[in-house]
Design a protein around this ligand. Sequence first.
Ligand SMILES: *[C@@H]1O[C@H](CO)[C@@H](O)[C@H](O)[C@H]1NC(C)=O
Ligand SMILES: *[C@@H]1O[C@H](CO)[C@@H](O)[C@H](O)[C@H]1NC(C)=O
Ligand SMILES: *[C@@H]1O[C@H](CO)[C@@H](O)[C@H](O)[C@H]1NC(C)=O
Ligand SMILES: CC(=O)N[C@H]1CO[C@H](CO)[C@@H](O)[C@@H]1O
Length: 286
Amino acid sequence: MAVPASWVWVLVGCFSVAVAEDSSISTLYPPLWEESPEQLNDYRLEDRKHIINPWVFTDRMGLYRILLNQTATYFARYGPENEQNILWGLPMQFGWQYKTGRLADPTGGTDCGYEHGELLCVSVDSWWADVNYFLSVVPFLAAVDSGILGISSDQITISPPPLDQMKFCYNISDCRELLGETIDNWTAFFKYMQLPSSDFDGLLKHLYTYYSDQEANFEENWAIAVTYLAAAYLPTTLYKTHRFQEGLPPHVLSDTDIAPFIANFTSLQNEVLLSLTDLGDIDKLT
Ligand SMILES: *[C@@H]1O[C@H](CO)[C@@H](O)[C@H](O)[C@H]1NC(C)=O
Ligand SMILES: *[C@@H]1O[C@H](CO)[C@@H](O)[C@H](O)[C@H]1NC(C)=O
Ligand SMILES: *[C@@H]1O[C@H](CO)[C@@H](O)[C@H](O)[C@H]1NC(C)=O
Ligand SMILES: CC(=O)N[C@H]1CO[C@H](CO)[C@@H](O)[C@@H]1O
């Protein structure tokens, strides 16, 4: 596969830019992080089960917040304030999708995800939202299964989307049927994390193997990029992901947005986009 080396360098460049010393951790958090559930009890209780609706932005972000919270202990020795937790890459990416309007109904048929409509709605018609389901609900269910969260699967109900319910899965057995070994690999990742012998490099290697594998199923530009990132095992910790995201397009692209000449993109954003264009079909990014 002929992939321009420039892309890899753009990414490496993004990662290597130093973060200003004075930026406090909380300014880097993804949008609505503090407003999202941090523990299971923050979700509504109905018939003795907590109802999690991943088609509401804060509900889905809450899955990440719980995951980050409950795994913090395994990263404490690598840095303060859970900054070194390699799972940060997931909520950061989801936050970027939200901020840039990618979770809204792309058909415009509903006001799901729009500022003057249901802003927190995550549209099942959004390709990004659908991909992210498998990088949020699925790892969460696997984490429950692994025992790392101290939550039992009978304590939760995952709400289905209004449409296309068969495209998704709602419990571990259901997901195993739909996704095969992917879910077991996530469970294995969370089990590995709990081993006294686990280390940072081992965790990173596990994470990238599963992460890129899942993204690759969608055979999109972004997946290719993630695979290239994976090849270098770049850490997805909070500071690093934040820097990297400054290189991603800040809003949904329109037909007139042609990299590297998009007026209100930074030169870094233009350069990253240009590299992605080289990798494949730019339509899929929008
Ligand atoms: C985890 O959540 C608990 C309860 O909400 C909170 O007190 C604690 O500070 C959190 N820990 C981390 C590392 O965020
Ligand atoms: C898992 O979800 C499916 C529906 O998606 C349901 O039929 C099945 O009973 C559920 N299994 C468990 C163990 O809850
Ligand atoms: C980008 O710039 C164009 C032209 O200057 C402007 O019309 C458009 O609203 C800007 N878009 C954003 C997202 O700032
Ligand atoms: C991508 C990956 O690591 N896949 C592994 C998932 O787990 C099975 C065994 O459970 C391995 O055979 C795969 O290689």
